[in-house]
Design a binder for this molecule. Structure first.
Ligand code: 1CP
Length: 348
C-alpha cells in the first residue's frame, strides 16, 4: 500500500472539513463480489467462524483496501453478532441469509438475557487491533453495529423479511415486550461500540437498514430514540466519538433524525431528494452516499453520469462518497475501479 500522511480525509469530513476530493469507501466493500473474499470464505467454514477468526477477518477487511485504496476500511463482522452474544441461536445459510431462533412472543422476550457475553465478541476487537496495525495512517477504520430496530427485525422474525411485518406487529401489539428487546440492544450496542473504539476504530456507523418501513411516530420511537441513546451512551465515555447514522429510506424524516440523534454524518440512500438533503441535512452534518448499487453493475456511460450526479448534488459540501446501500455480489470489479478513478479525478 502507498504511504499516506497521518491526515485521514474521511475523519476530516466527519470533523466538519469538506475535502476537495471527497473520501470514498463502499458499504459491504468486503464480500462476495471479490474472488479473494470467496476463497477465504470457503476455507473459513461458517460465516460466524469468518467473523470470529481474527486472522481471517483482518484479511478480508484489508482486501478491498489493497485493491482500491479506499479512504476507510470497515471491520468485517455482522450486525447479528449482538443477538448471538445475547445467547440467541444465529446461523447463516449459504444463499439464504441469516436464520435466528424467533423471539416472537412476550413470554420468550421475558427470558431474553439483559447482558451480552462480551467474551464472544473479543475476536472482533482483536481483528480491529490487527487491522489498525496494518492499515496506512491516512486510512480510517470504521467499527459498526446494527441499530436496535433493524437488529430486532431479524430477532423477532428469525430471518430477513420483505417488510419487517413481524417486528412492526410486535411493536403495535406488545410495545412493552418490543421495548425490552430495544433496550437490551441499546445497552449492549453502547458497550460493543466502546469496545470497538478501544480496539482501534476511528469512527462508528449505526446501520438502520429497515428504518424506512416505519410510519413517522414509530420511526421517532424505534429508530431515532434508540439511536440517540446509543450516541449519548458512547459519547458519555468517549466525548467527541465520530458516529455515522444510516436510517435507510428515512426520506423527509432525515432532518429530524439528524437533529435528535446528534450523529456527525448520515449515510443516504439513492432516492434521497438532493435539495432537501443539502438544505436541511448537509447544512448541519456530513453526508455519505449515495450511488445506486445497480448502476455500479450497469457500468459504462450510465455509471459515469450517476457518479457525476452525486458529485454535482453534494460535493460542494461535506461529502463522503459511497453507495446508497451495500455493493451487490454480481458487481464487476472493473466498474468499482472506474468509480474510484472518476471520484478521485474530481476537483470541486
Ligand atoms: O456468506 C457470506 O459471505 C454472507 C454475506 C454477508 C456478509 C459479507 C453477511 C450475511 N454479512 C456480511 C458482512 C457484513 N454485514 C458487513 C461487513 C462487510 C463490509 O461492509 O465490508 C456489514 C457492515 C454488515 C451489516 C449488515 N448485516 C446489515 C446492515 C447493512 C446492510 O447492508 O443493510 C444487515 C441488514 C445485515 C444482515 C445480514 N447479514 C448477512 C446478510 C446476507 C444480511 C442481510 C439479510 C437480508 O437481506 O435481510
Amino acid at each position: 500500500m502507498t504511504q499516506k500522511s497521518a491526515v485521514k480525509p474521511f475523519l476530516e469530513v466527519l470533523s466538519g472539513q469538506r475535502q476537495k476530493v471527497p473520501p470514498i469507501w463502499m458499504m459491504r466493500q468486503a464480500g462476495r463480489y471479490l474472488p479473494e473474499y470467496r476463497k477465504v470464505r470457503e476455507k473459513a467454514g461458517g460465516f460466524l467462524d469468518l467473523c470470529f477468526t481474527p486472522e481471517l477477518a483482518t484479511e478480508v477487511t484489508l482486501q478491498p483496501i489493497r485493491r482500491f485504496n479506499f479512504d476507510a476500511a470497515i471491520i468485517f463482522s455482522d450486525i447479528l453478532v449482538i443477538p448471538y452474544a445475547l445467547g440467541r441461536a444465529v446461523s447463516f445459510e449459504v444463499g439464504e441469509g441469516p436464520r435466528l431462533d424467533p423471539l416472537d412472543t412476550p413470554e420468550k422476550v421475558a427470558a431474553l438475557a439483559a447482558k451480552a457475553d462480551f467474551a464472544k465478541l473479543e475476536p472482533v476487537y482483536e481483528a480491529l487491533r490487527r487491522v489498525r496495525r496494518e492499515l496506512d495512517s491516512g486510512i480510517a477504520l470504521i467499527g459498526f453495529c446494527g441499530a436496535p430496530f433493524t437488529v430486532a427485525t431479524y430477532m423477532v422474525a428469525g430471518q430477513g423479511t420483505p417488510d419487517q411485518a413481524p417486528a412492526r406487529m410486535m411493536a403495535y401489539s406488545h410495545p412493552d415486550a418490543f421495548a425490552k428487546i430495544i433496550d437490551a440492544l441499546v445497552e449492549n450496542s453502547v458497550e460493543y461500540l466502546l469496545g470497538q473504539l478501544q480496539g482501534g476504530a476511528d469512527a462508528l456507523q449505526i446501520f438502520d437498514t429497515w428504518a424506512g418501513v416505519l410510519p413517522p411516530r414509530e420511526f421517532a420511537r424505534w429508530s431515532i430514540e434508540p439511536t440517540r441513546r446509543i450516541v449519548e451512551g458512547v459519547r458519555a465515555k468517549v466525548p467527541g466519538a465520530k458516529i455515522i447514522g444510516f436510517p435507510r429510506g428515512a426520506g423527509a424524516l432525515l432532518p429530524a433524525y439528524v437533529e435528535a440523534t446528534g450523529v456527525d454524518a448520515v449515510s443516504i440512500d439513492w432516492a434521497a431528494e438532493p435539495s432537501l438533503i443539502r438544505e436541511r441535512v448537509q447544512s448541519k452534518v456530513a453526508v455519505q452516499g449515495n450511488l445506486d448499487p445497480l448502476v455500479l453493475i450497469a457500468g459504462g456511460a450510465a455509471l459515469d453520469r450517476a457518479i457525476d450526479d452525486v458529485l454535482a448534488n453534494f460535493a460542494s459540501g461535506r461529502l463522503i462518497f459511497n453507495l446508497g446501500h451495500g455493493i451487490l455480489p454480481e458487481t464487476p470489479i472493473a466498474h468499482v475501479e472506474q468509480m474510484v478513478k472518476r471520484v478521485r479525478n474530481f476537483r470541486a
